[in-house]
Design a binder for this molecule. Structure first.
Ligand code: ASP
Ligand code: MG
Length: 438
């Protein structure tokens, strides 16, 4: 008997029919002899609809009220799902984030989990009940309801799985797992059967939307094996685990996947996947003094504005002016605030001009095998140049290369790189079952 945490996304519980299908899957898992804890997202586009509603009343909603509002979406789905499961003869009880012991700091809208005390959930397990937990929400030390940021139910699920020492955390979504690229852009993308946690982290951090970044961080820190799969089919999805989690997976992982786990210990694939990101803007500071401490000062100001910087490139003009240009990318949502902060410090930073390019494209190639395979960057740049796509900036990590392109070139870039690395499947295997892509 295993303890399985199952997380169902909004598209998997979008209406009563979908709810029944999910309830049936949960009951089947229970009847197979496993203990099940379920984390559920708000139905369909509920969260967006609630945001729209608030927007019709005010442009600046108090953040506390916003979190109170948004947390309601998951309460609706958790109680309905508990009803559907009870109707099928399996006892089920729903819990809010607070009841499930999800403790957070008090940053409304993007609260971080500070502790997990899922006592009531553990009691439900002991009593043979299926516990249904509202995703995406917690409670602060001031007893306020908080939310974990968009897509945060994944994080609830992985944190619960870690706290309960679950054998596996299954993330149910509307595609059959993670693909070598977004199947909406590359129809020939292949399903990835297995990924390491570090690769998943790089993909999630660079735009792959399938998993909440913090969920992957939790999975890595507490070594929780993840299985990302579709709630619309019985197909095996993508297993995310490191080799040392292998023994815990025995019995839960189908033989074929186990085989890839073993092969993986010998040799990691050179490229595991391509992520893309359309949400970033670029800022260039032209003619900043090329002196010690200037970059530090600039990025202190940027950090104080709350912007998370991804790529930074500095170049020194050859003309001997003693001045440099620094470009960086940042989330579009942070751009205006950051520009205002830099402009307010113009005298101190002593730069000549600030150039702002809204909307750049970023393509990231990820693979643990890059460490031992030279020539990946040459092939990447070669394929882009063949496709006539200009590269604006480049950054690398041990297992990732990212390039900035024009936004309108991004899809073409993803397709070109995908086929250059031989990732295309012969037949289209990606199936997108649901969701409005909102
Ligand atoms: N309902 C929330 C959202 O749409 C949380 C989640 O789906 O994970 O962002
Ligand atoms: Mg959602």
């Amino acid at each position: 008997m295993a303890l399985i945490v199952q997380k169902y996304g909004g598209s998997s519980v979008s209406d009563a029919e979908a709810m029944k299908r999910v309830a049936k899957r949960i009951c089947d898992t229970r009847h197979a002899g496993h203990n099940v804890v379920v984390v559920v997202s708000a139905m369909g586009d509920t969260t967006d609809d609630l945001l729209d509603l608030a927007g019709q009343l005010t442009e600046e909603a108090p953040q506390r009220e916003m979190d109170m509002l948004l947390s309601a979406g998951e309460r609706i789905s958790m109680s309905l799902l508990a009803m559907a499961i009870n109707q099928m003869g399996v006892p089920a009880v729903s819990y809010t984030g607070a009841q499930a012991g999800v403790l957070t700091d008090s940053h409304f809208g993007k609260a971080q989990i500070t502790g997990m005390v899922p006592e009531r959930v553990a009691r439900s397990i002991r009593e043979g009940q299926v516990a249904i937990v509202a995703g995406f929400q917690g409670v602060s030390s001031d007893d306020d309801v908080t939310t974990l940021g968009r897509g945060g139910s994944d994080t609830t699920a992985v944190a619960l799985a870690a706290a309960l020492h679950a054998d596996v955390c299954e993330i149910y979504t509307d595609v059959d797992g993670l693909y070598t690229a977004d199947p909406r852009i590359v129809p020939t993308a292949r399903r990835v059967r297995r990924l390491r946690q570090e690769e998943t982290l790089e993909l999630a951090a660079h735009g792959a939307k399938i998993l909440h970044l913090r969920a992957v961080e939790f999975a890595r820190r507490y070594n929780v094996p993840l299985h990302v799969r579709s709630s619309f089919s019985d197909k095996d999805g993508t297993w995310i685990a490191n080799s040392d989690a292998h023994p815990e997976l025995v019995g839960l992982v189908p033989d074929a996947a186990l085989k890839t786990l073993e092969e993986d210990q010998v040799e990691a694939p050179v490229i595991s996947g391509i992520a893309h990101d359309r949400s970033q803007d670029k800022i260039t500071i032209v003619g900043i003094a090329d002196a010690p401490g200037m970059a530090a000062r600039l990025f202190q100001i940027v950090a104080a504005a709350g912007a998370n910087i991804d790529m930074i490139v500095q170049n020194i003009p050859t003309s001997g002016t003693g001045r440099a240009n620094i470009s960086f990318t940042l989330p579009g949502a942070d751009a205006q605030r950051t520009i205002a902060a830099i402009e307010a410090a113009k005298d101190e930073l002593d730069y000549q001009d600030l150039r702002y390019s809204p909307g750049v494209g970023i393509l990231s190639l990820v693979g643990a095998g890059m460490r031992t395979n030279p020539g990946v960057s040459a092939k990447l740049f070669g394929s882009l140049s063949e496709a006539g796509i200009n590269i604006d900036m480049i950054t690398t990590s041990e297992i990732r290369i990212s390039v900035v392109t024009k936004l309108e070139d991004l899809d073409r870039a993803v397709r070109a790189v995908h086929s250059a690395f031989g990732l295309d499947a012969t037949e289209s295997e990606a199936v997108v079952y649901g969701g409005t892509g909102r």
